[in-house]
Design a protein. Structure first.
Lengths: 199, 393
């Protein structure tokens, strides 16, 4: 009974993810597997959307789960687990972006330019307008600053609510709204005439 | 009603407007083509972008799941094996000196002092240090014994204390799992029987934790003049040992300077090549990099016949093109099992280091080729900057 009360106080009873996390930390392979499979693809998606390559996304995904396990004792159970793992993931992705060395950046920029060139060539080749637009959108998203991109990715790709984004990124709701708005405006500016006129 | 601003329309699209405002905007959008078109175009744009994502195949996630769990589990148990890890470094240092043919006691002493290692005189001293939970190791071999069937017992007259070599680390040293191209696969699956023969029993390793001691072992050299591999470590107190949970692996991690990361190399054999030939001692020797492709199997075949190796890596010697790219720090991880046996990629690396086959070693990590100058790895041993990976936070 006492244990039950304590669990309710800490919120663990309502948070099966934390129970899984704790079991996993203690070596429960099944618990870890269940938790990992529940979030693996979401974490990878966020990481991939935030960074420049699959390899980086895999590294970020791996690090995110390892850090979640390591930092379990610091996890505030009043928050939902997925917002916490998103926070770790986005922070890792932002740090990754900062750490990219110059050579890699050059490579990325070259690849990026090549991709842009490909888009142009694709236009010439009369590929579907939708694909052209998609390529342009991806390019525009990549150009966002990490802070704007994180909000955009969590909203559009993960379809989180504003409050969930705020919790995930540990920022105010107003900040979420302003960043999301700026991200969308910037993307539309990048797309320019491809979107048609609207003032 | 005038057209709402862009932000309001986007909040409408996101379903984030309050009830009253939602009603107003809804009524407006129904009547206003311009706002409706904007919302539709934005919705289409974002939906297309979201749906364009291609999720990787499930087996990649399964491999990662396995690796993460193992890593987390390993971290929770590493501390009892710091002494073992330190002992192994001490032994490796000794092996290095033997194979360099300059294992004078003075040299051992000099290096050991520089790395904070002292060496014990003989196994009787283990009893003395055990109570102090001090790591003890034996080192100081005679190089001339490596070319015959001689046994190497390793009494010297110094005492091992290894804490110093385990402390240096940085926050940068986390995360990478550098092995042989199957990085997310279970390490145990990659350990080949016979891999790490050059380490097995190389001198005596004594180490002590609260509950266990490992010591003993001796080196005998191979029959054809190759590096010997006979002998093995034994546990001093088998009864205590049986009660002790032995971790599957002991991991060291270090950072070497002047490495290289080449991204997205589909076929390493087209990029870095080397042919290896067996020399008269039965050891392979590195030859100059050529433009031709030399499959890993060739190097394998050239190894001493009594050893079985399966490597996904290869040696190569310096080339100008490679040198130009060697500017990055590379994370190196050496993996040993509880008996002190290295896994296949670790054995490969150590073989090359100790036998002086070549200047650089390369690994494939996912689609990335890691090029590591052996001298830098060597320096890790000498400097004592190779640390148990589990200490890295």
């Amino acid at each position: 009974m006492l244990l039950s009360v304590l669990l309710m106080m800490t919120g663990e009873e309502e948070n099966p993810d934390i129970q899984l996390l704790r079991k996993a930390k203690n070596g429960d392979r099944d618990a870890f597997g269940e938790l990992f499979r529940k979030y693996e693809k979401r974490v990878f998606r966020v990481a991939r959307r935030m960074c420049g390559s699959d390899d980086e996304a895999w590294d970020i995904t791996q690090d995110a789960f390892i850090r979640a396990m390591q930092a379990m004792d610091r996890y505030d159970t009043q928050y939902r687990f997925f917002t916490w793992i998103y926070r770790i993931t986005t922070n890792l992705a932002i740090n990754y972006a900062k750490k990219k060395n110059r050579r890699r950046e050059v490579h990325f920029e070259e690849a990026y330019s090549a991709e842009g060139q490909q888009v142009i060539e694709d236009n010439v080749a009369d590929r579907a307008a939708g694909e052209q637009l998609l390529g342009a959108v991806s390019k525009a998203v990549d150009k966002l600053t990490p802070a704007l991109k994180a909000v955009f990715v969590l909203r559009i790709d993960q379809q989180l609510s504003y409050s969930e984004i705020a919790e995930s990124l540990d920022i105010a709701m107003g900040t979420v709204m302003s960043r999301l708005n700026r991200a969308r405006v910037k993307i539309r500016e990048e797309l320019g005439s491809m979107l048609g006129e609207w003032e | 009603m005038n057209c709402p601003d862009f932000n309001t329309l986007m909040m409408f699209l996101d379903g984030e407007l309050g009830e009253e405002r939602l009603k107003e905007v809804s009524e407006h959008v129904i009547l206003c083509d311009r706002c409706r078109n904007l919302i539709d175009s934005q919705r289409n744009l974002e939906t297309s972008w979201r749906d364009s994502f291609v999720t990787p195949e499930d087996d990649k996630f399964r491999s990662m799941e396995w690796y993460i769990f193992k890593r987390i589990n390993r971290r929770s148990r590493w501390k009892t094996f710091v002494p073992a890890a330190a002992g192994i470094i001490a032994v490796l240092l000794g092996v290095k000196l033997i194979l360099d043919n300059k294992p004078s006691l003075d040299r051992v002493t000099e290096l050991s002092r520089s790395s904070g290692i002292e060496y014990v005189t003989d196994s009787s001293q283990f009893e003395d240090v055990r109570d102090e939970s001090t790591v003890s190791g034996i080192n100081g071999f005679d190089s001339e014994e490596t070319d015959t069937d001689a046994s190497i017992t390793a009494p010297t007259d110094h005492v091992v204390s290894t804490e110093d070599i385990l402390v240096e680390t940085t926050s940068e040293q986390e995360g990478y799992f550098v092995t042989d191209g199957e990085s997310t696969m279970p390490q145990s699956a990659m350990v080949e029987e016979g891999a790490g023969e050059t380490l097995r029993g190389m001198g005596s390793l004594a180490q002590e934790t609260d509950r266990q001691a490992i010591t003993g072992g001796e080196v005998t050299t191979g029959g054809s003049g190759g590096i010997g591999s006979a002998g093995s470590f034994e546990y001093v107190n088998e009864e205590e040992y049986e009660e002790t949970e032995i971790p599957e692996e002991i991991i060291f991690m270090g950072v070497v300077d002047g490495g290289s990361l080449e991204e997205q190399v589909d076929d390493i054999s087209e990029t870095i090549t080397l042919s290896l030939d067996a020399d008269t001692t039965g050891l392979a020797t590195g030859q100059t990099v050529a433009s031709s492709v030399s499959p890993c199997e060739e190097a394998q075949d050239n190894r001493a016949s009594n050893q079985s190796f399966e490597y996904h890596s290869r040696f190569f010697e310096t080339s100008d093109e490679v040198m130009d790219t060697l500017k990055e720090d590379i994370y190196v991880e050496l993996v040993f099992d509880a008996d002190g046996q290295p896994d296949s990629s670790t054995a490969f690396l150590l073989d090359s280091l100790f036998a002086g086959w070549s200047d650089y070693i390369s690994f494939v990590y996912r689609d990335t080729v890691l090029v590591i100058p052996l001298a830098s790895i060597q320096q890790l041993f000498i400097d004592g900057n190779l640390v148990p990976a589990e200490t890295i936070e």
